[in-house]
Design a binder for this molecule. Structure first.
Ligand code: DOR
Length: 422
């Protein structure tokens, strides 16, 4: 298929035509023959979004999500690439397991699927997984995480960081001190945890691990990525580490930019997530850090769950919420529309930076002749009320249900194919 997208606005503000043929952008002067024309006046073209943090649940929990359904939801959210987290069943801790995710992604995905490898065998935090074999596999894994669990053992974390320097890999840490956030902790420790009678999770359960890990990254010279930063203290540590030249990058989720702990008031387990929703002081710190680049990227932590795992008392239900379909909307609402960031910075945080961090060479590229045709066409003024039942995900744990938000994604194109259009 060939496409001529006319009069589209780029993030720089410039208006242009984009011609797509055989998966790449071509010179619009060469558009001839059987070309599908798309009038994009009033629309903005962003590079296809890249998610560093997606739970696709396949293999093992296909009742909650599959690679096919999760990447359909991704395409609807404007994503052309997702990093599939390793906390599946079986865990993606071997070369065969990451190759399997890669192959299903290629066969059934509506977006590029980059398999994340586990750091420890079975996510058990005891022994390193097959990091080297995963790196040499067809999946060429460079991004490793025990996400869902923290690599709590300092020596194991040091070894993992040292190991991946051999191929310039990255360890992405779920920073959660298992003792401080133990005993069923499920609510940001504050007046709210007390009032609701929910075990508290102090902000420091995150930041003590971030502080340890940036020092281990300095010791080993390795690249550390901090998943879902949610507190002011973590932001301060990352700012300090970056100033010192430590190789650390960080991500923030849409839900930690938008939702606060008061949502937990009705004990609706949709709002149970790790790390927990925090107070406004922390939300402000995360927003500021995303604006000034201390936090490099937005990542969804899209975590589909079946009602069987959510319909329980708050402290027992599984943590996690959907994110792929409303991520861009939330970043527009909290960051772009209030003037905290420009479209250029939004493209950096949601496409260019995550592609660099995840080392995905063909994503996060400029919309320029010769580059792969990965893009999302955005209507900057459309708004709608989110309906969880209209989701392309298999799950319904959507924390934005019933909220009025931007509804920006008009069309998503991955490698020259339309993967979503409305
Ligand atoms: O709330 C969460 N759920 N946080 C994580 O880090 C993991 C995720 C999941 O896998 O459900």
């Amino acid at each position: 298929m060939k496409y001529l997208i006319s009069d589209v606005q780029l993030v720089s503000g410039e208006h242009t035509d984009l011609f797509v043929a055989e998966g790449s952008f071509r010179d619009p002067a060469d558009a001839s023959g059987d070309v599908t024309r798309i009038d994009a006046s009033g629309l903005i073209a962003l590079p296809g979004l890249v998610d560093l943090h997606t739970h696709l649940r396949e293999p093992g929990r296909e009742d909650a999500e599959t690679i096919a359904s999760g990447t359909k939801a991704a395409a609807r959210g404007g994503y052309t690439c997702v990093h599939a987290m390793a906390n599946t069943d079986p865990v993606a801790d071997t070369a065969e397991a990451v190759e399997h995710v890669l192959e299903v992604g290629l066969a059934e995905g509506s977006a590029q699927v980059v398999p994340v490898g586990a750091v420890s065998k079975g996510l058990e935090g005891q022994e390193l997984a097959e990091l080297g074999l995963m790196a040499r596999s067809k999946a060429r894994t460079r991004f490793f995480s025990d996400d869902g669990k923290c690599v709590a053992d300092s020596l194991l974390m040091r070894r993992a960081l040292s190991y991946v320097t051999a191929f310039d890999g990255v360890i992405a840490q779920h920073s959660q001190d298992p003792r401080l956030a133990g005993a069923g902790a499920c609510c940001h420790e504050s007046e709210w945890s007390g009032r609701l009678g929910l075990p508290g999770w102090p902000a420091q359960a995150e930041s003590v691990i971030v502080a340890r890990d940036v020092q281990l990254a300095e010791l080993t010279g390795a690249r550390l990525h901090v998943c879902h930063v949610s507190t002011a203290e973590s932001v301060e540590v990352i700012r300090w580490a970056k100033k010192r030249g430590i190789r650390v990058t960080a991500e923030a989720t849409p839900h930690h930019l938008y939702l606060d702990v008061s949502n937990v008031e009705g004990y609706d387990t949709t709002y149970k997530v790790n790390p927990p929703l925090a107070t406004n002081e922390h939300i402000e710190a995360v927003r500021e850090a995303l604006a000034d680049g201390t936090i490099d990227a937005v990542a969804t932590d899209h975590a589909p769950h079946n009602p069987q795992d959510k319909d329980h008392p708050f402290d027992v239900a599984l943590p996690g919420m959907l994110g792929l379909e409303q991520s861009l909307a939330v970043v527009m609402e909290t960051m772009l529309n209030p003037g905290r960031i420009t479209w250029e910075t939004l493209a950096e945080r949601m496409s260019y930076a995550p592609a660099r961090i995840g080392q995905v060479a063909n994503q996060g590229r400029a919309l320029a002749v010769g580059e792969p045709a990965n893009l999302v066409l955005v209507d900057p003024s459309a708004r709608a009320t989110v309906d969880k039942n209209a989701s392309l995900s298999r799950s319904r744990n959507n924390p934005y249900h019933g909220r009025e938000l931007p509804d920006p994604v008009v069309l998503t194109m991955w490698a020259g194919d339309v993967t979503y259009g409305r």
